[in-house]
Each structure stands twice: as structure tokens, then as C-alpha cells.
Design a protein around this ligand. Structure first.
Ligand SMILES: Nc1ncnc2c1ncn2[C@@H]1O[C@H](COP(=O)(O)OP(=O)(O)OP(=O)(O)O)[C@@H](O)[C@H]1O
Ligand SMILES: [Mg+2]
Length: 308
């Protein structure tokens, strides 16, 4: 029942809470059921492959880590092409330097990743039963999702502006290049419209991951509010690294007491969502055996109620 009808699943949350580990485990769980799974990472600091250990990835899981720097360069080149076709060579030379310097500007990376992600996801829908996305930490991911929902109208404006300009440029026989740019803008507009419709459709799920600690809990409150505001579906929250019941010593007892405060807060604040509590293991999750174990645990925790 859990994840039923959910073909595109994002995992998001604060740094270090277990997004990558749980994405790999969910992918494994689906793959074990014979589904064809695409496991995608949009986090510039990738670690999906490290978790599995390269040669151990089960055959029906395809792992794809978006190369962020390459995506940024491609994105900047696309922007330059639009500008080159839109302004005179003198202005272009001035603007070019400015645009090239955007490489390290906040937001550019998210825009570039969005370009890649939207393309890959839309092209993969027919070829995979599930697409699991290991997202970058909260801020980046939200910025990217918001952009995907807003970018359509913005491109629309650009196209209108260009179409106005085109009449003059065609008169000056610059038509060819201009038409190319306009059609590529139209292709992007259609893609973003489709992508944002997909994000807000019941096919897509966003699963916030958090740990029972102050900052992750606070950040998840904001994350959930933003996701709901954008109209994304949240079928459950995963609370990871919950201390085991048994344990001894003053230190453990104190930690457990402290954790209890946040677990209560989580139950109180997120009570209307399904919550999955994943225990803290005594060692890291590393290698395909560990991923298999965690996948089994998630399956058991979801009461075997997981039927795809
Ligand atoms: N339930 C767990 N028990 C023990 N260790 C865990 C558990 N979940 C995750 N870990 C460990 O915690 C560390 C962080 O996990 P992971 O890399 O999945 O987090 P992340 O949210 O993807 O981090 P980042 O934001 O840096 O990408 C890893 O060393 C992982 O093995
Ligand atoms: Mg990660």
C-alpha cells in the first residue's frame, strides 16, 4: 500500500540524516520485487555509488548521478546562445563575460540541475517502474522544485519578447538563428510545464527524512510547509537513526531522554502523516548487504503493508 501508484519518489531533508542511504534501500526494495528502478542523485556531493560499491549494484537498478559542474556549463552555454541570438555583437561581448561569471552564483546550480533532472525524468518514465531521487539537502532541493513550478510563465515571457524582436531580425536576415532559439525555448517551456504537472500529480511523492534532533525537526517543519504549499504529495515521513530500546549507562539514558522529547514533538507535529521509524544501527550502512538489510527492515516496519 505504501508507495502504491508512486512512480517518482523524492527523498529530501537536512544534511546527514540518511537521504542517500534510504534512497538506495528503497530502490533495493523495489528492485527485489522485480521492478525496474532508476536511482537518481541531484546532490552535487554524490555518494550513491559508494553505498553500493560499484560492482554490487543489482542489475535492475540503474544509478545516475547528475554531473553538476557539467550541467552548469551546459546551462550557461544555453543561456549564452539565447543572448547571442537576441542582441547585437557589441552588447553580446559585454554580456558574455557577465554571464560566464555566473557559474558560482547561488541558484545557477539549481537551475542547471533542474534542466537535467526534468529531461532525464521525463525521458525515463516509460522505461522504469520507479524513479527514486536522492535529493540535495533541503534548501537546494526546495529552490529547484519551486523553480520548476515557476519557470514556465517566465519562459513564456521570454518567448513573447523574442517574437517581438524577431520581426526586426528577420528583416535584417538574422532569422535562421533566431528561429532555432525560439524553438528551443518552446521545447523547454513544454518540458517544464510537463515536469511541474508531474511533480504535483499523484504519481509523485516527496518523502522528508529527519532524525529525532532539534535542527532536523525544525527544518522538516519548514520543508513540509513548503512542499504542501507547492502541492506535492507527502505519503510518509521517515524518522531515521532512532536509538534502540535497549542500552545501558548514564550516557545512553540521557541521550534516550533527550531523544524522547523530539520523538514526542515529531508525533505531535507530524501526527497527520504516516511515520516510519528506522533505528540507528551499530555501524554505518555500507555495501549491498547493509542496503539489503535496511530494505528488509523498512519492509517489515511498514507492516508488510507495502504492496507497491
Ligand atoms: N539507520 C542508520 N543507522 C546507522 N547509520 C546510518 C543510518 N542511516 C544512515 N546512516 C549513516 O549516516 C551517514 C549519513 O547518511 P547519508 O549519507 O545517507 O545521509 P545524507 O542525508 O544522504 O547526507 P548528505 O546530506 O551529506 O547527502 C552515513 O555514514 C550512513 O551510513
Ligand atoms: Mg546524501
Amino acid at each position: 500500500m505504501l508507495f502504491e501508484g508512486k512512480g517518482l519518489i523524492f527523498l529530501g531533508g537536512k544534511g546527514g540524516v540518511g537521504k542517500t542511504t534510504l534512497s538506495a534501500s528503497l530502490a533495493y526494495l523495489f528492485a527485489q520485487r522485480g521492478e525496474k528502478v532508476l536511482l537518481l542523485s541531484t546532490d552535487p556531493a554524490h555518494s550513491l555509488r559508494d553505498i553500493f560499491g560499484e560492482e554490487d549494484i543489482p542489475p535492475n537498478i540503474s544509478v545516475l548521478e547528475i554531473d553538476t559542474r557539467r550541467a552548469v556549463r551546459k546551462h550557461i552555454n544555453r543561456v549564452l546562445n539565447v543572448v547571442r541570438a537576441s542582441v547585437n555583437p557589441d552588447s553580446y561581448r559585454r554580456i558574455e563575460a557577465m554571464i560566464l561569471s555566473l557559474e558560482d552564483t547561488p541558484g545557477v546550480e539549481e537551475a542547471a540541475i533542474l534542466e537535467e533532472l526534468s529531461k532525464i525524468v521525463l525521458e525515463s518514465l516509460d522505461n522504469f517502474d520507479r524513479i527514486v531521487v536522492d535529493s540535495a539537502p533541503t534548501g537546494h532541493t526546495l529552490q529547484m522544485l519551486r523553480a520548476s513550478i515557476r519557470i514556465g510563465p517566465w519562459i513564456e515571457e521570454l518567448i513573447k519578447l523574442r517574437e517581438k524582436g524577431n520581426r526586426f531580425r528577420e528583416a535584417a536576415s538574422l532569422g535562421e538563428e533566431t528561429r532555432d532559439v525560439t524553438s528551443s525555448l518552446k521545447e523547454r517551456r513544454e518540458r517544464f510545464v510537463r515536469f511541474s504537472q508531474l511533480l504535483t500529480s499523484p504519481y509523485t511523492a516527496f518523502i522528508p527524512v529527519l532524525t529525532p534532533e532539534k535542527l532536523p525537526v525544525e527544518e522538516t517543519k519548514r520543508l513540509v510547509a513548503s512542499l504542501e504549499h507547492m502541492g506535492l504529495d507527502i505519503p510518509l515521513l521517515i524518522v531515521n537513526k532512532v536509538l534502540p530500546e535497549e542500552g545501558s549507562g548514564e550516557f545512553f539514558k540521557k541521550r534516550k531522554l533527550q531523544e524522547e522529547i523530539y520523538l514526542r514533538e515529531i508525533r505531535r507535529y507530524f501526527g497527520r502523516f504516516k511515520l516510519l521509524f528506522v533505528p540507528l544501527r551499530d555501524k554505518d550502512v555500507s555495501g549491498v548487504e547493509d542496503v539489503r538489510e535496511l530494505a528488509q527492515l523498512i519492509y517489515n516496519l511498514s507492516d508488510g503493508g507495502y504492496k507497491g
